[in-house]
Design a protein. Structure first.
Ligand code: 5CA
Length: 451
């Protein structure tokens, strides 16, 4: 992309309404614009990051054997009356009447809708296990939407639902989701710690929230610092093997880590004092096992091996996709702007032309641009007729991990400059070497097409 042809409305001023870094930086970098309280338009740069996150989520869900689909945002109230949640959900649910006076709602989550699909089409234990998921906008009429996309009213969520014959099978589905979430967050450059939590309006006994530690997080958390040494890394897990998935769950949940809702002072005090931590975190996902809470009242049964009808065991599993954009920025920025991890960056590298209009500099930038594209990379070429300082400030603000600076002086010696946004370190090298270096850096990060 050439910046002169892109739509990147960066702001010079710091917006007064933004209280935390990620909200401020998303507004300043032209990623979002508020449409009304807690509702945002995603401008091209923000939308690009959102799609990168969606793509990682899809890839990891497919890897775990889960099946993508799409359900609508608007739902009929009748289904929610069947489960009993139409009255229970309270003021967070946005209720709408259509022109025929029928009660509708903008879905805050999808347990009822997916259970209705399941009961209409699945009748035998032979069709299990089954996990369906989608990535769709949700609406919760939060009392206090704040911090930009972190606590929005309209937000993008991946929500997945497992259907199993027995409690034991459903617990395997739970563990499989935990494993796939660990992989997902690490690919986004984040450490998200599973913590025992409260199930709230979704219900059920077993639930873990995934928290990214950050001072601006809305949840208070208590944990054993040893947990922060754990990394999932590039282990090869067989998602169909219950023992392998359970071992990962045990490894990542055996240390004390809880949100304030489930915090237990006595257990916490049993941790050696130097490892006790009280901190704040951003909840970027949650997994639930709730057994037959929805399948029983809604009649989602299958015929078991003995011929008897039994309600299926279910769980639901969510990732806050739009919130993650803010969470990643909270975890990775400095005073000059965002620092995107390689896995989610909207463009792989910026090209800064120090002397726009100089035939040699222009030609070198064009050649670099084409060479990067030929390697499957997406550069953002700042081809505007602007001062170098302004170009650097824009690149630092929007946070691309790598910048190639091209100027007449370097070109005389046959070199350009490759700069890391994270460390600020620069290295001179021939343009071909810079292209090669970037191709290597991104080798493991290039998105595959998902279907
Ligand atoms: N049905 C279950 C799992 S599919 C569910 O709704 N879970 S949830 O309530 O925990 O939401 C899943 C994730 O959505 C949360 O972990 C959080 O990351 C994100 N989320 C929830 N509310 C908001 C909000 N108001 N703004 C942005 N993200 C949110």
């Amino acid at each position: 992309m050439r910046l002169s042809r892109y739509f990147l409305p960066v702001l010079k001023e710091t917006p007064a309404e933004a209280q935390i870094a990620s909200h401020r930086l998303m507004l300043r970098a032209g990623m979002i614009k508020q449409a009304s309280a807690g509702i945002y338009s995603w401008l091209p740069l923000g939308f690009k990051v959102l799609r990168k996150l969606e793509n990682i989520v899809h890839e990891e869900q497919l890897r775990a054997g889960h099946i993508p689909m799409l359900m609508p945002t608007l739902q009929s109230a009748d289904l929610w009356r069947e489960s009993g949640r139409y009255d229970d959900y309270g003021a967070e649910m946005l209720r709408i009447k259509d022109r025929h006076g029928r009660d509708m709602l903008y879905g805050p989550t999808n347990e009822e809708l997916i259970t209705d699909i399941f009961r209409a089409h699945v009748g035998s234990y032979k069709d299990l296990p089954l996990t369906l998921y989608h990535i769709q906008w949700k609406f919760r009429d939060e009392v206090r939407p704040r911090f930009g996309v972190m606590r929005g009213r309209e937000f993008l969520m991946k929500d997945g639902y497992n259907f199993d014959l027995t409690r034991e099978d459903a617990l395997h589905s739970y563990n499989r989701h935990l494993v796939s979430y660990l992989r997902t967050y690490e690919r986004m450059g984040l450490q998200a710690i599973p913590m025992r939590a409260d199930s709230g309006p979704i219900g059920g006994d077993d639930t873990h929230e995934f928290l990214v530690l950050a001072d601006t997080g809305e949840s208070e958390v208590f944990y054993d610092s040893a947990i922060t040494d754990l990394r999932f890394g590039d282990r090869d897990i067989d998602y169909d093997d219950p023992a392998q998935c359970r071992a990962v769950l045990e490894e990542f949940t055996s240390r004390y880590a809880r949100t304030d809702e489930t915090h237990d002072e006595a257990l916490f005090n049993a941790i050696p004092e130097e490892r006790r931590r009280v901190a704040r975190g951003i909840e970027v996902g949650q997994i639930f096992y709730f057994g037959t809470k929805y399948s029983e009242p809604m009649g989602a049964t299958v015929q078991g091996p003995d011929g008897k009808q039994v309600p299926v065991h279910m769980g639901s599993h969510g990732i806050g996709v739009s919130r993650l954009v803010g969470a990643i920025i909270e975890a990775s920025h400095d005073e000059r702007g965002i620092i995107w991890p390689e896995g989610v960056t909207p463009f792989h590298a910026g090209i800064v032309n120090l002397k726009q209009g100089d035939p040699q500099a222009d030609a070198a930038c064009e050649a670099l641009y084409r060479a990067l594209v030929a390697r499957g990379l997406e550069p953002l070429y700042d081809d505007r007729d602007e001062r170098a300082g302004g170009k650097f400030a824009t690149m630092d603000l929007i946070g691309l991990p790598w910048r190639i600076t091209v100027g007449p002086r370097g070109l005389k010696n046959g070199v350009v400059e490759l700069t890391s946004r994270r460390t600020g370190e620069s290295e001179e090298m021939p343009p071909e070497t810079a292209v090669e270096r970037l191709a290597q850096i991104y080798a493991g990060h290039l998105a595959r097409i998902v279907s």
